[in-house]
Write a protein that binds this ligand. Structure first.
Ligand SMILES: Cc1ncc(COP(=O)(O)O)c(C=O)c1O
Length: 381
C-alpha cells in the first residue's frame, strides 16, 4: 500500500537500545539500565488507592475534552505553590502526556511548511512530531558555553515561526535561568515567533528552582506532564497552559484528535498531587544518584559533561573516545552490561561523539553501573 513521506520519521534510538538490553537479559545477562528516561518508581500510593476507589463507583467514561475540572483547578493551584503565579484554571488543558500536548500545540500554532527552531541536543520526538505534521524542524546547534541551551543570537539569521525549548533539558539536564528565559521570550515576541516551553522536568531540580515561562509572559505555550516528577509515565497524563485566546482553538482540536486524556489516569494524577512526601522521597534518591554520578563518571574516565541542574541525565562528550556513539553504546552494553543511549537520538549532527547516562533507577543500580563502567574503561585503555 502507498504511504506518506511525512510519516517517514526516524526511530527513537533509545527504544532500540532498550530492545538490545532486553535481548541480553533474555539470554541470561544482568543489565544495569542507564538508558531509560523514566522513574523506576510506581505512581504514588495515594494515586493508586484513589483510582482503586473510583473504579468501583464510577464508569470512567470520556471526560470533557479539556480535562476533569478538579484536575485543571489543582494544576492551576500548583503554579501558585511552585512559582507564586496566579493562574486561571481555564487556561489549563489536560493532555495525553506531554506528547499529546506537542501534537495539539504544533497543530494549533503552525501550518505545513512553517519552521520551528529546536535546540540540539534536544528531545528527539520534537523533530519527528513536527515532521509528521509537515512542519520543518530547524536544529539550533547549542554550544557548551551556553550549557547546551539556545540563546537569542541563534535566532538572528533564521526565519522561524516557532521556538521550542526545554528547561531542565533532556539530555543535558541544564536549565534556562530567569534572564536566559526572558531573553528568549523577548526575542521571540519581537520576531512574532511562537514560544513553546517544555517544563516536563520541573520538580526534579538540584540547586535552584526551575523558572516557568509563565513567570515571565502569558504569551507562550507551557507544556508539562505527570510522567517525571509525579512518577506516572505509563498513565499518559500531561498538561498544557495556553493564552486565554487559544483555549477554544485547542479545545476543538482536542475533542477531535483525542476526545480526552485517559480518565483513569486523570483521577490518579489528581490524587498524586497530594502525595508530596512520597514524591520528595523519590527526589532524594535522584539527588543521591546525581552525586554518585558526578564523582563516579569522572572516576571512570568520562570527564566532559556539565553537571545537570535538573532531570535525571548526564550528557557526556565522549568524542575523545569514539566517533561512533552507537557502536560505543553497543560495546558498553556488550562488555560492561550497562545500557546507555547514544547521543545521535538527541543531536543528529554532533551526537556521534556523545552519550546520555540516565540515573533515574535505584541508588544500588547506579553504584553497580558506575563500578562496571570503571572496569570497562580500565580494560579499554
Ligand atoms: C523533554 C521531554 N519532553 C517530553 C517527553 C515525553 O513525555 P510524556 O510521557 O509526558 O509524553 C519526554 C520523555 O522522556 C522528555 O524527555
Amino acid at each position: 500500500m502507498r504511504n506518506s513521506r511525512r510519516g517517514q520519521v526516524d526511530p527513537f534510538i533509545v527504544m532500540d537500545v532498550m530492545e538490545a538490553a532486553r535481548r541480553a537479559e533474555e539470554g541470561g545477562r544482568h543489565i544495569i539500565h542507564m538508558e531509560v528516561g523514566q522513574p523506576g518508581t510506581p505512581a504514588p500510593q495515594g494515586a493508586r488507592e484513589a483510582l482503586a476507589r473510583v473504579m468501583e463507583d464510577e464508569p470512567l467514561g470520556y471526560s470533557v475534552a479539556l480535562g476533569l475540572p478538579a484536575l485543571r483547578q489543582r494544576i492551576a493551584r500548583l503554579y501558585g505553590e511552585w512559582y507564586d503565579v496566579d493562574l486561571d484554571p481555564g487556561r489549563v488543558i489536560v493532555t495525553s502526556g506531554s506528547s499529546g500536548a506537542f501534537v495539539l500545540a504544533f497543530t494549533a500554532l503552525f501550518d505545513a511548511g512553517d519552521r520551528v527552531g529546536i535546540g540540539e541536543p534536544g528531545y528527539p520526538s520534537y523533530r519527528q512530531i513536527l515532521r509528521a505534521l509537515d512542519v520543518e524542524p530547524v536544529g539550533i546547534a547549542a554550544g557548551a558555553d551556553h550549557r547546551l541551551q539556545p540563546v537569542p543570537g541563534d535566532l538572528e539569521n533564521l526565519d522561524l515561526q516557532g521556538l521550542m525549548v526545554a528547561s531542565p533539558a533532556n539530555p543535558s539536564g541544564t536549565m534556562l535561568d530567569r534572564s536566559a528565559l526572558s531573553a528568549l521570550t523577548d526575542a521571540c515576541a519581537a520576531r512574532d515567533i511562537a514560544f513553546i516551553s517544555d517544563e516536563i522536568y520541573h520538580g526534579i531540580e538540584y540547586e535552584a528552582k526551575a523558572v516557568t515561562a509563565l513567570e515571565i509572559t502569558d504569551d507562550a505555550y507551557v507544556i508539562n506532564s505527570f510522567s517525571k516528577y509525579f512518577s506516572m509515565t505509563g498513565w499518559r497524563v500531561g498538561w498544557m497552559v495556553v493564552p486565554d485566546s487559544h483555549v477554544r482553538l485547542i479545545e476543538r482540536l482536542a475533542q477531535n484528535l483525542f476526545i480526552c486524556a485517559s480518565h483513569a489516569g486523570q483521577v490518579a494524577a489528581l490524587a498524586a498531587m497530594e502525595c508530596e512526601a512520597e514524591l520528595q522521597d523519590n527526589l532524594a534518591v535522584y539527588k543521591a544518584n546525581r552525586a554518585l554520578m558526578l564523582d563516579g563518571l569522572r572516576d571512570a574516565g568520562f570527564e566532559r559533561f556539565a553537571p545537570p541542574d535538573g532531570a535525571f541525565y548526564v550528557y557526556a562528550d565522549v568524542s575523545d573516545l569514539t566517533d561512533d556513539s552507537r557502536a560505543f553504546a553497543a560495546e558498553i552494553l556488550e562488555k560492561a552490561g550497562v545500557a546507555v543511549t547514544p547521543g545521535l537520538d538527541f543531536d543528529p549532527h554532533r551526537g556521534h561523539g556523545t552519550i546520555r547516562f540516565s540515573y533515574a533507577r535505584s541508588t544500588g543500580d547506579i553504584r553497580e553501573g558506575l563500578a562496571r563502567l570503571k572496569r570497562f574503561m580500565q580494560a579499554r585503555r
